[in-house]
Design a protein around this ligand. Structure first.
Ligand code: PLP
Length: 475
């Protein structure tokens, strides 16, 4: 079949000048509500759209708090209780459709589709992310994962002689090893602290107090994780940011202690904007709670914080040749008369040809969450975890490790049992059709994560299984 190409766009043109709310809103509605007005891009086995997925012939369901309709968007096996979705997302239907649309178009004409649509599609993804985070698209770098974002951010921080990075013993491998690698490579000083004594008694005041006590005049970066995947503890990021703001009062801009957050297990769970959090950098993968395409992520930075970052991987985003002169852009890298650098969030978006069909389908995941409603998403995940925790608290052989307090917890519930080796718990639960996960940390608890894809009945089924864990394991 003959191709009808859409209006030309240049792949490397910056699209971030657009107002994100308007553009993002239009893009979002289009993704879920059908492809009205989208450009037609025909490929061999039928027409598909350049920006929007094939629309649902039966019309898109109203997902606003309609949990069965949300569950129906996924091809997750029905014979299992999925309590480990926080590791890696199953793609919901709008995401699958969008990936398929872009894949078919790329397979039909890789260079043509990329050159004609790439910049616009990437701009739409940035707009959707900005709309979701209530931020500016100009401050968002797109990555492939949390780990990539953390590695690029921490690896490239501009630190002056004597400045240090303060981090904690509670963070994930990705933060710990990004910092360790950074320290090995450049000699940067990294200091590890504990934020609390005991999960059973942990409080916001204790966490904030320990953090502030540890900050020194030379502390330039504070690297923490919003929701710990070791314990399910959620840090009070807002209170930490406010306390750091006090410390920073009177410091020069170049000496401010910047709060950098691995936000992946709060992202797609909590109803918070980046302004609500108050941090300086927010790093997350989009392929966990958010249900984005596998291999997607982002880094958001405050405009005044971005100058501390420096890119490692050259970006492909930026102006086209002859369009705008930028010192670090692909389009003009040969141009000795380069006049200035790219915006840092653009420069921090790694270049290289990659899995574009996944990157460009990411706005469908943001749209899905917005369609359900961020407050409802948060309420539902908290409600299910509360149910699980309250049920666990009644089981004398189960030690709930995650705080019951919802200000200090989110969607991950961790437990263990006195005197029990947990090597067997995850497979034992799996035999009963319950997918759990063992935390890959030195002190390792079993993790259950009720999500938008689990029902209250499935939480009860899990509790029923846990009731028998005692006789199965404890001698
Ligand atoms: C707290 C935390 N950060 C980062 C990661 C790694 O995420 P990604 O797969 O997006 O790199 C994980 C693992 O799932 C995690 O638990």
């Amino acid at each position: 079949m003959k191709e009808r190409l859409p209006v030309a766009h240049t792949f490397s043109r910056i699209l971030s000048r657009r107002g994100f709310l308007t553009a993002g809103g239009a893009g979002l509605a289009g993704v879920l509500l059908g492809a009205a007005g989208a450009e037609v891009y025909e490929v061999e086995d039928g027409p598909c759209t350049s920006a929007q997925p094939d629309s649902d012939p039966n019309g898109s369901p109203d997902l606003h708090g309609n949990w069965e309709a949300v569950r129906d968007q996924f091809e997750l096996r029905r014979d299992r209780v999925h309590m480990a979705g926080f590791l890696l997302a199953s793609h919901p239907r709008p995401v699958r459709d969008a990936i398929e649309t872009h894949r078919r178009a790329l397979d039909a004409d890789p260079a043509g589709y990329l050159h004609e649509n790439g910049a616009r599609l990437e701009g739409e993804v940035r707009d959707a992310a900005a709309h979701y985070l209530e931020a500016s698209p100009d401050d968002i770098a797109l990555t492939d994962s949390t780990t990539m974002g953390l590695g690029l951010l921490y690896g490239g921080l501009k630190l002056r002689e004597g400045q240090e990075i303060l981090t904690t013993v509670h963070d994930h491998y990705a933060t710990a090893n990004s910092l360790r690698l950074r320290a090995e490579r450049t000699g940067a000083a990294v200091r590890w602290i504990g934020l609390y004594e005991d999960l059973a008694t942990v409080s916001k005041d204790e966490i904030v107090g320990n953090l502030i006590e540890a900050v020194r005049p030379q502390t330039r970066v504070v690297a923490v994780t919003w929701v710990h995947s070791s314990t399910g503890l959620k840090l009070p990021i807002r209170e930490m940011a406010d306390a750091l703001a006090e410390v920073n009062r009177g410091r020069d801009e170049d000496d401010r202690a910047l709060l950098c957050v691995d936000g992946v297990h709060g992202f797609g769970v909590e109803d918070a904007s980046v302004a609500d959090l108050g941090c300086d950098f927010f790093v997350a993968g989009c392929h966990k709670w958010l249900f984005g395409p596998r291999g997607t992520g982002l880094v958001w930075g405050k405009p005044e914080a971005w100058p501390v970052a420096s890119p490692t991987i050259p970006t492909f985003d930026g102006p086209a040749p002859g369009e705008w002169i930028g010192a670090h852009s692909y389009g003009n890298w040969w141009n000795a008369a380069a006049e200035g650098p790219l915006p840092m969030a653009t420069a921090m978006t790694p270049g290289g040809y990659h899995s574009f069909e996944h990157r460009w389908a990411l706005n469908a995941a943001f749209a899905l969450h917005q369609n359900i409603g961020k407050p409802l998403v948060a309420d539902r995940i908290h409600e299910l975890n509360r149910r699980l925790k309250e049920g666990m608290a009644e089981l004398s052989h189960v030690i709930l490790r995650t705080p019951i307090d919802e200000e200090l917890s989110a969607g991950i519930t961790c437990f263990d049992t006195e005197g029990l080796s947990f090597e067997g718990a995850v497979p034992w639960l799996a035999e009963r059709g319950i997918v759990a996960s063992q935390a890959p940390y030195h002190t390792s608890y079993t993790r259950l994560a009720p999500s938008l894809l689990t029902s209250p009945e499935e939480v009860d089924e899990t509790l029923d299984a846990l009731r028998h864990l005692n006789s199965a394991f404890v001698q």
